[in-house]
Design a protein around this ligand. Structure first.
Ligand SMILES: [Zn+2]
Length: 362
């Protein structure tokens, strides 16, 4: 009896001492689970697409889940052009049908939340860019490939897994937008004098696109500066700031001949000239003069369309647009699409004097 009582007392004691701890532990566990669910949900929120070579904006748009657009995704029903695609992460070259490859490219290069006609324009631009690459020596990283999935070398490519991760519940809808854009324009490419063009594009123009020779060495007749009046997309304006000393050490590190002095920035730092588009042509850094394009690299600016503000403590660059500014502005294409333009009108606006042909028929 005495043992039983003792055991029972002991049991009682165990419960009274440990219940609060147990409850506290349970509460902590529940909180952790809720936190984890929150994090997972936040990660799965649909957003805009990745951008390549720092030239395409990435809007965070939590679009509602919509029903997929009906589209027949049968690549064998269209032309049979193949493309050898190098995937650097996997270290392999895959032989793909062109339109199948373009599904991943369009999804990687433009937010699927943009207007459908803009996404179609992107599909034609990416297809044209791919054929141009094939005709001009292929991928520079891998001689066995026509093109690769590295944004810094060729064009971004989104795998289906990445699309699922990015779009979450909205995957069926956004995937159908991409498929519709690719299949509705299947085989279509831009031509100038009967030849496939170098279809450059960028995220946002800041109001005017740029003449090719102001960014690259050649004046290309179809890559002319045009107005891009209505742009819809994120990252249209940006700001990069440096402390005065920080700015000077960055300049003198990159441009040893500049010899800048943090106390004399008001005299030493000047925008000397602008292109008609509004992008900076020349920027004075005391004893050195650089182009707006070089300034983009040194200071990590979104665009060469910028103004400089000098305060007591800081140097602040205010930028408009995103990317090099040559060819089609994606935000401008989105704006044109929202205003009712179709993809052909968008392309003919941004690529001067081109025609649209179909693979195998030009
Ligand atoms: Zn490449």
């Amino acid at each position: 009896m005495s043992t039983k009582r003792k055991r029972s007392r002991k049991k009682q004691k165990v419960y009274t001492v440990h219940w609060p701890i147990l409850m506290g532990f349970t509460a902590l566990l529940v909180a952790l689970v809720l936190l984890a669910v929150g994090v997972i949900r936040a990660c799965a929120l649909p957003e805009g697409d990745a951008f390549s070579a720092g030239e395409t904006p990435e809007p965070i748009i939590a679009a509602p889940t919509r029903s997929p657009i009906p589209v027949d995704i049968d690549f064998t029903k269209v032309h049979k052009t193949h493309v050898k695609v190098f995937f650097p992460d996997e270290g392999e070259v895959r032989d793909m049908l062109l339109e199948e490859y373009l599904m991943g490219v369009v999804s990687g290069e433009m937010p699927a939340s943009y207007s459908l006609e803009a996404v179609k324009a992107q599909a034609v631009a990416a297809r044209t860019y791919t054929l141009y690459s094939i005709q001009h020596g292929g991928c520079k990283t891998n001689p066995n490939a026509d093109i690769c999935t590295s944004s810094s070398c060729c064009q971004t490519y989104n795998s289906e897994k990445r699309e699922h991760d990015k779009w979450g519940d909205s995957y069926p809808y956004y995937h159908s937008v991409i498929a519709k854009a690719v299949m509705d324009t299947a085989g279509e490419v831009m031509l100038y004098n009967g030849k496939v063009i170098d279809a450059m594009y960028h995220g946002a123009s800041g109001g005017w696109t740029e003449d090719s020779e102001n960014v690259y060495s050649n004046a290309i007749p179809y890559l002319r500066s045009v107005e891009s009046a209505h742009e819809i997309g994120s990252r249209q304006i940006g700001e990069v700031s440096f402390g005065r000393e920080e700015f000077v050490s960055r300049v003198n590190g990159a441009r040893p001949n500049a010899h800048m002095d943090a106390d004399k920035l008001e005299e030493e730092l000047k925008i000397l000239s602008l292109y008609p588009s509004g992008r900076v042509e020349k920027l004075q850094l005391n004893q050195d003069v650089i182009t707006g394009k070089t300034a983009r690299k040194i200071f990590g600016l979104n665009s060469a369309m910028f103004t400089v503000e000098i305060t007591d403590r800081q140097v602040i660059f205010h930028t408009k647009g995103f990317g090099h500014g040559v060819g089609m502005s994606q935000a401008g294409a989105n704006g044109m699409g929202a205003d009712g333009a179709d993809y052909r009108t968008i392309l003919l606006h941004y690529y001067t004097g081109v025609t649209i042909g179909v693979i195998g028929q030009y």
